[in-house]
Design a protein around this ligand. Structure first.
Ligand code: ADP
Ligand code: ASP
Ligand code: MG
Length: 313
């Protein structure tokens, strides 16, 4: 089994989903795969911004919600065949009605708690994953949607919940023993606590979801598909001649990400280390590029410095 995670830019629009589908088709022809997806690019920020406006008694929140709804309706229209659109358009509308109801509540109460923040941000991955799974099924792939919230169990530390690996691993292992679809598609980032409240794993947490699943099922490999061709010697937005690091140890990758290399969410590496699962960082928009291979003992290189990362301010 392999686990493939696609980030926000990789699933930003219908055109990009065709690239994702091509990668998934190829990988799933050789292995059973779990595909983990983020929310469409910008959606998590948008949902937070709507709720924050509502709590500040700024009526603009309705506009923000409308824009996000429009984005998802377009996504469905551009992605799915006309005969399948109406039920998914209703699905999107229903979910945005719920989002609007929650924001109306926030507006009235003037209160936006971490628990509500998780409830609202969870819609991003919930929507993207359901619609993308529908697309893969519609194209004849053997794909099933898995609700991560029922399998990834955490404490109640909303917005940055800690995973209970014992219950999570047991639940995932049982699931994958009983269900044998070639492709399982799951939302990243979202989980739930013992009372069934929705929790999230921290911003950027979809990488972590993928790694948790990879470790639980003892996957052959974890692939992080993103918008750059791997982990680089520096943040490419700050350093224009940053180079791809082709091979790196878990330890070094963890240090770089911990100190600011946003390409991997830092907690992601631990479950992979413990299970000895290699992580590949690859570019959805240039799948031929070799990417970065993270493993326990990469070959020695000439330089002593693998990369530089930093945090602003
Ligand atoms: P995704 O949405 O796929 O999870 P992210 O935006 O979280 O993608 O991470 C990818 C981004 O991380 C890149 O577009 C890049 O700008 C940024 N980044 C920062 N530091 C590094 C680094 N050292 N190597 C590669 N990318 C980096
Ligand atoms: N959508 C979430 C975020 O923007 C999680 C992720 O993309 O990894 O933080
Ligand atoms: Mg990310």
């Amino acid at each position: 089994m392999k686990v493939l995670k696609f980030g926000g830019t990789s699933v930003a629009n219908a055109q990009n989903i065709l690239l994702v589908e091509k990668i998934v088709r190829k990988e799933s022809s050789e292995n059973r795969v779990v595909v983990v997806v983020s929310a469409l690019s910008g959606v998590t920020d948008g949902l937070i911004s709507a709720a924050e406006s509502a709590s500040a008694k700024n009526e603009n929140y309705s506009e923000t919600i409308k824009t996000l709804e429009e984005k998802h309706l377009e996504f469905v229209k551009n992605l799915l065949p006309i005969t399948e659109q109406s039920s998914w358009l209703s699905f999107v509308k229903k979910n945005f009605n719920d989002i609007e109801d929650i924001c109306n509540g926030i507006y009235v109460l003037g209160e936006f708690t971490p628990r509500i923040k998780d409830k609202i941000t969870a819609y991003g991955e919930f929507l993207s994953s359901n619609i993308i799974a529908a697309k893969l099924k519609s194209d004849g792939l053997d794909c099933v949607w898995l609700d991560s919230r029922n399998y990834i169990k955490t404490n109640s530390n909303f917005t940055d919940a800690k995973v209970n690996f014992e219950t999570t691993n047991a639940a995932l292992q049982t699931y994958f023993k009983e269900n044998k679809q070639q492709i399982t598609l799951a939302p990243g980032f979202i989980a739930s606590d013992v009372d069934g409240n929705i929790t999230t794993l921290g911003r950027g947490g979809s990488d972590f979801t993928a790694s948790i699943i990879a470790a639980a099922v003892n996957a052959k490999e974890l692939q992080i598909w993103t918008d750059v061709s791997g982990m680089m010697t520096a943040d490419p937005r700050l350093v224009s001649n940053a180079k791809i690091i082709h091979k790196i140890s878990y330890q070094e990758a963890m240090e770089l990400s911990h100190f600011g290399a946003k390409v991997i969410y830092p907690p992601t590496i631990q479950p992979a280390i413990e299970s000895g699962i290699p992580i590949e960082v690859k570019n959805t928009f240039n799948p031929q590029a070799p990417g970065t291979y993270i493993e326990s003992s990469p070959p020695e290189t000439r330089g002593k410095i693998r990369g530089i990362s930093g945090s602003s301010n």
